[in-house]
Structures are given as structure tokens and as C-alpha cells.
Design a protein around this ligand. Structure first.
Ligand SMILES: CC(C)(COP(=O)(O)OP(=O)(O)OC[C@H]1O[C@@H](n2cnc3c(N)ncnc32)[C@H](O)[C@@H]1OP(=O)(O)O)[C@@H](O)C(=O)NCCC(=O)NCCS
Length: 161
């Protein structure tokens, strides 16, 4: 299983632990209208279906969380629930590095399909997912309550990566 790997700008990807949650939640707050609570994240860390990784860099002796991904391995598929990169570190390959970790986990666990839902307007995320062979297979009309925005349902045949 891909537990650690190095990528752009000395970024390390590794399994998320409780000590990373403050950094994860800071990224959530700047990325989403409805960020998850600490309780929810603790539940994810304890959920046997859940896989959680962070991307981090080291500043002197301090580890700084600059991205994370959360997905479930459920019914023989990967369900990507959430991925985000700290806004000052975006478009430098860190999202792709986190997605590559998801793909490595899938390969190690013999999983060949993955699914996710994304806001139709979220072009950054859609570009990232397309890079990993996700394609739109359906739409949930008005799925996001607050603005009535559609959700795109994307699937990937991850054997192709
Ligand atoms: C979506 C997100 C995780 C992407 O992370 P990232 O680190 O910026 O992505 P990367 O740098 O790895 O880019 C991956 C690909 O997407 C493209 N991309 C990413 N953001 C883009 C943008 N704003 N405009 C155009 N292309 C973009 C990159 O160019 C790259 O493609 P390439 O290799 O062909 O050039 C990041 O924008 C983010 O955190 N957004 C807020 C949270 C969010 O919306 N998460 C998704 C829903 S859960």
C-alpha cells in the first residue's frame, strides 16, 4: 500500500493521524462552505472503510499539512469523498499526488473502479479527476441545496492508470 511517497517540492504523502486534523480542518475551512467537524474527521480515522492521507512539507522542524484526501473502499469500489489542497499550494501537482496515492491503494487492494460526485462548476477538481481517467456518467440535478447546483457523477476504470 502507498503509505509514503515523495513528489513535487519535497511534498510527502502519508496516512492521516489525529495530530494532522488541525491542519486538515484549516484547509477544509478555506475550501468548502460546509467544512467537516473534528468529530466527523475522528470518525473517519476510526472507520475501517475509510482511507485518509495527507500531503505535507517540513518547515524547520514543523510539519505543515498542505493537502488531504479522504475516500472509502466500499463494495469493491473506491468512493472519493473529499480532496483539497491549501490554496497557496494549488496547481503545483499536489492534488495529482494525492490522487496517485488513491490509485496505489486501489491497485494494492485489487480495486478497478472509482466514483465521486463533484459540483458542475468546479473546473479545477474536474480537470484533476479527468487526468485520472474519470468520466462523467450522470448528473444529480440541484444536488447542492444552497444554490441548487447540479452534481456530476464521475466514474473511473482505474485499471487504466
Ligand atoms: C481540486 C484541487 C484539489 C486540485 O488540486 P491541485 O493541487 O491544485 O491540482 P494539481 O496541481 O495536481 O492539478 C491537476 C491537474 O488539474 C489541472 N488544474 C488544477 N487546477 C486547475 C485550475 N484552477 N485551472 C486549470 N487547470 C487546473 C492542472 O493543470 C493539472 O492538469 P495537468 O497536469 O494536465 O496540467 C484544488 O483545486 C482544491 O483544493 N480545490 C478546493 C477543494 C475542492 O474543490 N475539492 C474537490 C471537491 S471535494
Amino acid at each position: 500500500m502507498a503509505s509514503e511517497n515523495s513528489g513535487p517540492a519535497n511534498v510527502t504523502v502519508k496516512p492521516m493521524k489525529s495530530e494532522h486534523l488541525a491542519g486538515v480542518m484549516e484547509i477544509e475551512r478555506e475550501s468548502f462552505v460546509s467544512p467537516g467537524s473534528g468529530k466527523l474527521w475522528q470518525r473517519e480515522l476510526n472507520n475501517p472503510l475509510s482511507r485518509n492521507f495527507i500531503a505535507s512539507i517540513h518547515l524547520d522542524t514543523r510539519e505543515k499539512v498542505i493537502g488531504y484526501v479522504n475516500f472509502w473502499v466500499i463494495a469493491g469500489e473506491i468512493q472519493l469523498n473529499s480532496i483539497a489542497v491549501k490554496n497557496t499550494f494549488r496547481v503545483s501537482g499536489i492534488g495529482a499526488q494525492l490522487m496517485q496515492t488513491l490509485m496505489s491503494v486501489a491497485a494494492a487492494e485489487g480495486i478497478t473502479t472509482a466514483t465521486l460526485e463533484v459540483r458542475a462548476s468546479n473546473t479545477s477538481a474536474i480537470k484533476l479527476y479527468e487526468k485520472f481517467n474519470f468520466v462523467v456518467k450522470g448528473t444529480r440535478k440541484g444536488y447542492y441545496d444552497e444554490v441548487g447546483e447540479d452534481a456530476l457523477i464521475m466514474w473511473a476504470d482505474i485499471g487504466k492508470n
